[in-house]
Design a binder for this molecule. Structure first.
Ligand SMILES: Cc1ncc(COP(=O)(O)O)c(C=O)c1O
Length: 440
């Protein structure tokens, strides 16, 4: 594949953009790719190369790129000239629709990004409980602000014992007080989690969990673990917060809360509600959400772009597509079919590997056993993964070379794209087997 124009743009971009990219996660060797068009399951780069997208906007684009319902909603909202700074009828409709679909969403407020949604959820939790500390799961990503960019993808040689992970900054520049106030939990390990939570229980404002660790590939929560967190939060007087940025509308129409029948006090959403546009939400119990209504001693909720008129129209349109649950069901059955094909291929190739996924989110681990937590994921074979993902790229798929970066299909990934993916996974497994033999 010839990518000269991307290379030239990269050279030029470095003169005006730090590292030539607006998100570090888009850096790649030998240079980032620059894109000019997207439609359905496909994207085209500036050199005219066509890819089948398996990134889908970090899992945000659930219906497919350039979906007509979203395009029309944007055009109609633009036509009346509204941008931001006003409450609109569409904002009320979007909230009502959201409330109907999401369990525990007695009230909802729209923000712009998942990072802001979690930031606001934590302000509410601290205001409501008058406490400071936040417990989060090792290997979980909840955005890039101080309280949560901790122990996101920690190096295992610094992360402490499996049953007592230490809090490690995920980036330079964090406030050290945030690290002191962070309590790190081992995913799907109820016994150790209970011990850790009890040791800091009375300081905890909130326990946050992504109820399937998708930013470490796809690691399902065990229901018993979520029930343990629910019980511990209640006993300790902390709030239980679900980060449903990626699980929302995917694991079930009503997200993880519906799938696992476990309700959070607050939950954050984004991605699917905007099908690729910057919009997110905080939702939860009325008495708790009230902690950010105007008034003394309450958490602030302000922001120029909150509830932006065009975004509200997009939320209405996206949720309109998701409301009958059909999209979620279709994505689930396509995902299950892919997993079945992959596991049969892996057995045939004699490669110890797991494809894990749900609701269109997919990932591959080169481990002998199914992956239950971040550490198991981090210990998988990186050589095999690199060989596998390179084979997918060679077959025309847009994939991330970053180990543990999740992938996704959308409603627009139909039989042709999925058959192509099965053929590419077959080649990828052959390459992964070869990679291991070369290394041995
Ligand atoms: C689970 C989860 N939480 C939070 C975020 C942060 O959302 P945003 O990138 O919109 O700030 C992400 C983004 O990838 C995410 O996957």
């Amino acid at each position: 594949m010839q990518t000269n124009r991307s290379r030239q743009l990269y050279e030029r971009a470095q003169g005006s953009i730090t590292a030539g990219v607006h998100s570090n996660s888009r850096s790649r060797a030998p240079h980032p790719l620059y894109f000019s068009r997207a439609d359905g399951a496909a994207v085209w780069d500036v050199d005219g190369n066509r890819y089948i997208d398996l990134g889908m906007g970090n899992g945000a684009v659930m219906l497919g790129h350039n979906h007509p319902a979203i395009r029309e909603a944007v055009a109609a909202a633009m036509a009346v000239g509204m941008s931001t700074g006003f409450e609109t009828e569409s904002g009320v409709h979007a909230a009502e629709l959201f409330k109907r679909l999401v369990p525990s969403a007695e009230r909802v407020r729209f923000t712009n990004t998942g990072t802001e949604a979690m930031l606001h959820a934590l302000h509410i939790a601290r205001a409501y409980t008058s406490r400071q500390a936040i417990a989060k799961v090792e290997g979980a990503y909840h955005g890039w602000f101080d309280s949560v960019y901790i122990s996101t993808w920690p190096p295992l040689d610094q992360a402490g014992p499996d049953d007592a992970p230490v809090a490690l900054p995920g980036t330079a520049g964090l406030m050290t007080s945030a690290i002191q106030d962070a309590v790190i939990l081992p995913f799907n390990d109820s016994l150790s989690t209970e011990r850790i939570v009890r040791s800091r229980g009375k300081d905890l404002a909130a326990i946050i969990v992504e109820p399937t660790l998708i930013d470490a590939g796809f690691i399902p929560a065990e229901r018993e673990y979520l029930l343990t967190l629910r019980r511990l939060a209640d006993e300790m007087g902390a709030l239980l917060i679900f980060d449903e940025l990626l699980t929302g509308f995917r694991l079930a129409r009503g997200g993880a809360q519906e799938k696992f029948s476990v309700q959070a006090d607050l939950a954050t959403f984004g991605k699917a509600i905007g099908n690729g546009f910057p919009i997110a939400a905080v939702a939860g119990r009325e008495r708790i959400m009230q902690a950010s209504a105007p008034g003394p001693g309450r958490a602030a909720y302000v922001g120029t772009f909150n509830g932006h008129a065009v975004m509200m129209a997009i939320v209405e349109a996206s949720l309109g597509q998701l409301a009958d649950g059909n999209v979620t069901r279709q994505l689930q059955s396509r995902t299950e079919a892919l997993i079945e094909e992959f596991q049969a291929l892996a057995r045939r190739h004699g490669v110890p590997a797991q494809m894990q996924g749900g609701g269109g989110h997919i990932h591959w681990y080169f481990t002998p056993e199914p992956v239950r937590n971040y550490r198991q994921a981090a210990r998988g074979s990186r050589e095999r993964y690199a060989a596998f993902i390179t084979a997918l790229a060679d077959a025309g798929f847009l994939v991330s070379p970053n180990y543990l970066m999740h992938h996704a299909i959308s409603l627009a990934h139909g039989p042709a794209e999925l058959d192509q993916l099965v053929a590419a996974m077959d080649k990828g497994l052959a390459a992964a087997k070869q990679a291991a033999q070369t290394k041995e």
